[in-house]
Ligand binder design. Structure first.
Ligand SMILES: [Zn+2]
Length: 396
């Protein structure tokens, strides 16, 4: 990290405690549609801001689920994220061909057009900003994963159309109200997010698309539940409430009005901090591979998961990856027990399955009862015990 620049975590703390100018001229009304409210200008909701930031630092965390009622700033926060991300290299081709495909799998790994470009020494990609894709609530599975291209079909050509997941590659995918989506759509999104790619088969046509995106879901618990299996597949889970501190509420109100009145001015106000944060994020992402967990951090993490009675292995995965991301965002190369403690709640909450808890408790009780019953058949010889098992289970 550069020495005169604060760490990402410090930057977050500083930005949200900064006060706005008192006077806001009423001009430039209506600009807000094109500009996002700066992420660093959000007030409060520390856990949400931290979770979102960590998910940008370390893709292994596996996305974020924001749980809370309306008006808690979920969508505003997510929309502000793209300004924090550096530009990416995007394929010029509808098939998503990249030079790295040729480097790993040879020239046949790309389409003829791209093979020609490559041979001529021309780039297959261009530099583009990261975008936010918001999944529409009425999206069908075909929109999400892609399907037959109707326009091509008119000309008697069979071609596959890229779906939302393919377009989300190297972008942020925001699934608002994820609990209201059909199960098959949620499964397709989660599978693609976990693998970073997905395949579509339509008769003779088949295609595999890259889908390396940061997944952010949100849900309002007043509007329905989410299957426990789905809850477990989001890396971090943040529970939001409205701001409790009157000072914070007032400040949030002021910033919101300032943004509505003159969005450009607010964006400019935070332009420098945002640029610094973007640079820090690039450095943090690069430095992440060198961040280790201390043995104490590993031990305390495993103990925590065991004490909580969480069965899913995703618990440790998220906990440790989030702790590494936090350490690097704080400018360190070792994640320690304090980092585990900082990210524990967002990594581990809502992972205990009530069904599995009951299931294992019942199993244990049954096992104890069996042992007790089997104890009647004398002690010691396991062979004898085993052969008596069938008799023991018969009603007397
Ligand atoms: Zn191509």
């Amino acid at each position: 990290m550069t020495e005169n620049v604060q760490s990402l975590t410090e930057l977050l703390d500083r930005a949200s405690s900064r006060r706005f100018l008192e006077t806001q001229p009423a001009e430039d009304l209506g600009l807000a549609e094109n500009l996002a409210f700066p992420f660093l200008a959000l007030v409060g909701q520390d856990e949400m801001r931290l979770a979102l930031l960590l998910s940008l630092v370390n893709p292994n965390i596996g996305g974020v689920l924001l749980i809370g009622p309306r008006g808690t700033g979920k969508t505003t926060a997510v929309r502000g994220l793209t300004d924090l991300l550096p530009d990416v290299a995007r394929s010029r081709c509808t098939y998503g061909c990249l030079a790295e495909d040729i480097e790993t799998d040879g020239i046949d790994a790309v389409c003829p057009d791209c093979a020609k470009l490559y041979a001529e020494g021309k780039p297959l990609t261009y530099s583009d900003r990261v975008r936010l894709l918001e999944l529409p609530l009425n999206a069908r599975l075909e929109d999400v994963i892609g399907g037959l291209d109707e326009r091509a079909a008119v000309h008697n050509r069979l071609r596959l159309k890229r779906g939302i997941l393919a377009r989300a590659d190297q972008n942020i995918l925001y699934v608002d109200e994820v609990n209201l989506l059909e199960d098959d759509i949620v499964d397709a999104i989660l599978d693609a997010a976990a693998l970073g790619s997905y395949s579509v088969n339509r008769g003779a046509l088949a295609a595999t698309y890259r889908a390396r995106f940061v997944l952010i879901g949100s849900m309002n618990p007043e509007e329905g539940r989410l299957r426990p299996q789905i809850l477990d597949r989001f890396g971090l889970r943040v529970i939001l409430r409205g701001l409790q501190d009157p000072e914070e509420r007032l400040e949030a109100y002021r910033r919101s009005i300032a943004f509505r009145t003159n969005a450009r001015r607010v964006v400019q106000e935070y332009a420098h901090s945002t640029a610094v944060a973007r640079e820090e994020l690039i450095e943090a992402r690069q430095a992440l591979r060198n961040v280790r967990l201390s043995p104490e951090a590993e031990g305390s993490g495993l103990q925590l998961v065991r004490d909580l009675g969480v069965d899913s292995l995703r618990a440790e995965l998220t906990l440790f990856e989030a702790a590494r991301a936090y350490a690097v965002a704080d400018g360190r190369t070792e994640a320690v027990s304090e980092d585990i403690a900082t990210v524990a709640a967002m990594s581990l909450r809502l992972r205990r399955s009530a069904f599995l808890q009951d299931y294992f408790t019942t199993q244990e009780e049954e096992r104890e009862e069996l042992d007790r019953l089997l104890g009647r058949f004398g002690n010691g010889d396991p062979e004898q015990t085993k052969s008596s098992e069938t008799e023991a289970s018969e009603p007397e």
